[in-house]
Design a protein around this ligand. Structure first.
Ligand SMILES: [Zn+2]
Length: 95
């Protein structure tokens, strides 16, 4: 497992996915996938502050690893399509 911290120490790679520090509570740090908001990704980990040991909470992502920088517009496009899908659903409900 490769752990990477940036200068702010709020980002970590777990299994090739970047995670962001969500909150700290008592002796536990909660890490969430950086895509949790964009994709509502359920992947998350807990980390013991005392030992640094990671505990698996939910390991599965509902998306692939974001590794291809060339597809810069992909997420934006996906969000746009999702927004349009919601609009369509809303209009369906009016009938
Ligand atoms: Zn994820």
């Amino acid at each position: 497992m490769k752990l990477v911290s940036n200068s702010r120490g709020s980002k970590m790679y777990i299994g090739g996915f970047p995670f962001t520090r969500h909150m700290m509570k008592n002796e536990t740090i909660y890490w969430r996938c950086v895509q949790f908001r964009a994709f509502r990704c359920p992947a998350r980990h807990r980390q013991r502050r005392t030992t640094g040991m990671l505990e698996l909470v939910h390991s599965e992502h509902n998306h692939g690893p974001i590794q291809n920088r060339r597809k810069r517009g992909t997420l934006k496009e996906l969000m746009r399509q999702r927004a349009m899908g919601q609009l369509n659903r809303n209009s369906d409900n009016t009938y």
